[in-house]
Write a protein that binds this ligand. Structure first.
Ligand code: BES
Ligand code: ZN
Ligand code: ZN
Length: 477
């Protein structure tokens, strides 16, 4: 990872191969651009201008706010990543929150998933100097802490991205369990791994059915972090489908590609555990991941099957591609036994959520308006897009079953994100209804066109939003 260093010297006095300067859009005059004779490289913001004589990289920004500056920082590093600069200097552009955003953007600008390339680009850029000069009157205090927080977030996002990007033949449930054990060892967490025998003992009939046709055994991962004086007990649950072929209700070929990313919720949970432990947040945090594949074969569970879940409810299967909710139903049941003050699940649950909200926004569902708002606000503050979707009794009726307690798909093709959320709600006990949030990250989890601080592949959606939510949660409770 890049090293970010705070310097005591001003911009001019700091020696570096390249200087980085952000220019607000309103100051980007065409005349000035023309006079400089540089090429405009353009990015979704306002453009990147390299002055080769002065060794300055100008990056246009819409505004000098944290979102624009985080993205511009990412674009700047991403742009020069393959150029022969060893170090880069830049000044102060605002308060601690803004600077933390800038640091995160700079760090992620270097990210590339190249583990499967025979020729790897070895980047020359190694160091970033933050100079003691900027557009603010006073230099924000304790920038070292913001550098360290950004480093933890970047490292955690990269951890999630690498795991999600890993092909399904390598990233199996066992792989996720080993990754969890590695995180546990590094951060002194407790790690419990449940195998198929454990799932059977726990009566997780829904989870087990999804796994049946897979040659890879399932795993239930349970990580525990406990600070000295925890202010709250929160349980996170993640959908860890290492591959979703759709099962017997097979996905069409084009829709199957990218389904290695169906483990994004689970990987986000692992990354959040890592970040929270490294940030030493005053909390008791549990991370549960239901890891399995959803495959086809003679042993596959079928449309028409009736499954028995850990909560005791029977489930009529009408579509084996609605498998995430089956795995989550059993994991949420297990999670409630931990008696959390707050329970949040993360899942790439429905294509309908992507259709409804677009590829950039997560859906926030649950029964508690205030809790949903708190998550939405935390996401916004952390630079993620999330919006509330409301449950209603009419959609609930659509998942009624004639032969079992509930059906795994709705009888209408509309409102699929909400009806999936309402299916999960059926497995939440009355006393936890107001403590539960369901986050559908199907849209932003996987990136096919670069946007914001995300390049092709996994984004790590949910990680920043959740860490921010937990920081706010322990403050308020
Ligand atoms: N993993 C998918 C949802 C998904 C789709 C995630 C696109 C990311 C991008 C999920 O298991 C699924 O297949 N859901 C079905 C549900 C349907 C059968 C009711 C869907 O969304 O089509
Ligand atoms: Zn599916
Ligand atoms: Zn799925």
């Amino acid at each position: 990872m890049l090293k970010i260093q705070f310097k005591k010297t001003d911009f001019k006095a700091t020696k570096a191969d390249l200087g980085l300067v952000f220019i607000p859009k309103k100051n980007l005059k065409q005349k000035w651009i023309d006079s400089k004779n540089f090429k405009n490289f353009g990015y979704e913001g306002e453009g990147i201008f390299l002055d080769q004589q002065a060794h300055i990289l100008y990056v246009g920004v819409q505004d000098l706010n944290v979102d624009a500056l985080r993205e511009a920082s990412f674009q700047a590093v991403n742009f020069i990543r393959k150029m022969p600069f060893k170090n880069l200097k830049l000044g102060i552009y605002g308060d601690n929150e803004i600077m933390q955003g800038i640091f995160l953007g700079l760090l992620l600008g270097m990210y590339e998933f190249n583990q499967y390339k025979s020729k790897k680009n070895i980047p020359t850029l190694k160091e970033i100097f933050i100079v003691n000069e900027g557009i603010t009157k006073t230099i924000p205090k304790n920038l070292e802490k913001d550098i360290s927080t950004a480093e933890i977030l970047a490292q955690s996002l990269i951890l999630a991205r690498d795991a999600i990007n890993t092909p399904p033949e390598d990233a199996t449930p066992l792989f996720l369990a080993e990754l969890a054990q590695k995180i546990a060892k590094e951060n002194k967490l407790t790690c419990k791994i449940g195998d198929e025998k454990f799932l059977a003992k726990e009566k997780m009939g829904a989870f087990l059915a999804v796994n049946r046709a897979s040659v890879h055994p399932p795993r239930l991962i349970h990580l525990i972090y406990k600070s000295k004086k925890p202010k709250a007990k929160v349980v996170l649950v993640g959908k860890g489908l290492t591959y979703d072929s759709g099962g017997l209700s097979l996905k069409p070929a084009d829709y199957m590609v990218t389904m290695k990313a169906d483990k994004s919720g689970g990987c986000a949970v692992l990354a959040i555990m890592n970040a929270v432990a490294k940030m030493e947040i005053d909390i008791e945090l549990h991370g549960i991941v239901g890891a399995t594949e959803n495959m086809i074969g003679g042993d596959a569970y079928k449309p028409d099957d009736v499954l028995f879940s850990r909560e005791g409810k029977s489930i009529e299967v009408r579509n084996t591609d609605a498998e995430g909710r089956l795995v989550l139903a059993d994991c949420l049941s297990y999670a409630q036994d931990i008696k959390p003050d707050c329970l949040i699940d993360f899942a790439t649950l429905t294509g309908a959520c992507v259709v409804g909200l677009g590829e950039y926004t997560s859906g926030v569902m649950g029964h508690n308006e205030e809790l949903k708002t708190r998550f939405e606000n935390a996401a916004t503050r952390a630079g993620e897009l999330a919006t509330k979707l409301s449950f209603n009794k009419h959609l609930k009726k659509l998942i009624d079953s004639k032969i079992a307690d509930i059906c795994n798909v709705a009888s209408s093709r509309y409102g699929g994100a909400i009806s999936a959320g309402m299916f999960l709600s059926e497995f939440i006990r009355e006393e936890y209804k107001d403590k539960w949030l369901h986050i559908d990250i199907a849209g932003p989890a996987y990136v096919e066109r670069d946007w914001d601080i995300n390049t092709y592949g996994a984004s790590g959606a949910g990680v920043r939003a959740c860490v921010q939510f937990l920081l706010d949660f322990i403050k308020k409770d």
